[in-house]
Design a protein around this ligand. Sequence first.
Ligand code: SAM
Length: 199
Amino acid sequence: MAPTPERFAKIMRVLQKRQPTLTVLMDEVNKPHNLSAIVRTCDAVGVLEAHAVPPKGGKLAEFEGHTYDATSGSAHKWVKVTKHADAISAVRKLQGRGFQVLATHLSQRSVDYREADYTRPTCVLLGAEKWGVSDEAADAADMNIIIPMFGMVQSLNVSVAAATILFEAQRQRLAAGMYGTPQLAPHELAALAFEWGYP
Ligand code: SAM
């Protein structure tokens, strides 16, 4: 069924603000409500495609379909999540595509997340609830970032950390005018408009 003119206008408005050069890599984030909340934030800031390494022990195929709960608010329909076998190869692949990878790492060498330049093609690497980002993945990243914490608890929930960082990226990109002109090539925008309009 053809979308109504209002629906199609909304699809175009959203696609014109999509940021193909901003993404996240979720490394074994294993709770569906966290994954759903992160994908929902991705949709809100305009992430076109997110990346995930499914939790160990699970099969890649099983990851699909069991992953999202109501927390996503259907955002997973509008943000493609590409799966990877492991964090290091995913980091290398994204760097090969020109992304700087910023690992959220709770260590001394990490810099305040606001110091990063999110107008560059950027992937934010997020860690598992129990273990965080591995030292190997943090070493493979271009920079390690941290949200300063002054409380008794050492870390934030991963979806809260993702939102904090992605909205800083949105702030910087808004200031740089990156939401003012489409970041998608015209043919990509047209293809996605068709895909979204005629699911
Ligand atoms: N024990 C884990 C560790 O040492 O990394 C804690 C993991 S934390 C619950 C889950 C994820 O949330 C982290 O891997 C990171 O991606 C993100 N996160 C939590 N607090 C953060 C902070 N203060 N700065 C940056 N990222 C944070």
